[in-house]
Write a protein that binds this ligand. Structure first.
Ligand SMILES: [Zn+2]
Length: 54
């Protein structure tokens, strides 16, 4: 099942970043890269996993 992350809905940023991925580990990587490049924020892997939904 695909996992989703929406930056505005799940993390509360004024941001339209949204990602859907079948591979949760890969999605966590993408979200960490996005957090650093777009928001200058380092997000812990465990925090990202809590924000993911299907
Ligand atoms: Zn964002």
């Amino acid at each position: 099942m695909a996992t989703e992350f929406d930056c505005h809905q799940d993390a509360g940023f004024e941001c339209d970043f949204h990602i859907v991925d079948e591979n949760e580990d890969e999605l966590v990587d993408f979200v960490q890269i996005h957090g650093r490049s777009a928001h200058d924020t380092t997000v812990e892997e465990s925090d990202i996993r809590e924000m993911l939904h299907t």
